[in-house]
Design a protein around this ligand. Structure first.
Ligand SMILES: [Ca+2]
Ligand SMILES: [Ca+2]
Length: 193
């Protein structure tokens, strides 16, 4: 019994330490289609734009409102775009960061967003095949975006997206609390022993 509780507590500590410093790593090649976006669960996202890679889109769910700052670094001439839950474009950037790196800061409400990244030049396509060059505020009335796409030649390379606001990590809150409570019970049990 005591051994079981010790193991549980050690596991919880390891889990907590890992979650605090983790990065979300692109799984395979992330889709350039918003509806098929991978859900990223950490404030740091790492991926690669390969040859023929039109762009990577990540789904982000934020539990609270705030200022979302996204800083792209890496080997590509990054271009990034932010899209709302219904796929409407919000803001994008090409070179506001260091060198040719992309950077933006944008006020958001709690909820679901999509973050796209590609190698320059990356555009967003709506249902009418109209294109938005992802740089600055998106034009009003552009409509929902289906996918992002590279509009020139692709220089492959890796990238890191650093978000100032951490997205929800996908672990159900009540379950986490229950596990943590179990760990505390374990501590209490050890002390009584
Ligand atoms: Ca990719
Ligand atoms: Ca750029």
């Amino acid at each position: 019994m005591t051994t079981y509780y010790r193991f549980t507590l050690a596991g919880l500590l390891a889990l907590g330490a890992g979650a605090a410093h983790a990065a979300y790593i692109e799984s395979g090649d992330a889709s350039d289609v918003l509806a098929a976006a991978q859900r990223a669960t950490d404030a740091t996202i790492q991926g690669t734009i390969g040859q023929g890679d039109q762009g990577d889109v990540f789904k982000l769910i934020f539990g609270s409102a705030g200022t979302l700052t996204v800083n792209a670094t890496g080997a590509i001439d990054s271009q990034i775009g932010l899209f709302a839950a219904g796929f409407n474009p919000l803001v994008g950037d090409d070179d506001a960061g260091a060198s040719l790196d992309a950077f933006f800061s944008y006020g958001i409400a709690a909820g679901t967003y999509y973050l796209g990244i590609g190698d320059y030049a990356t555009v967003a396509l709506n249902g009418s095949n109209a294109t938005w060059f992802m740089n600055g505020l998106a034009p009003a009335g552009f409509g929902p975006v289906l996918q992002i796409r590279n509009a020139s030649s692709i220089s492959a390379g890796s990238y890191t997206l650093a978000l100032a606001m951490p997205p929800a990590n996908g672990v159900p809150e009540p379950g986490t609390k229950a596990l943590f409570g179990l760990g505390l019970l374990g501590v209490a049990s050890l002390r009584r022993g």
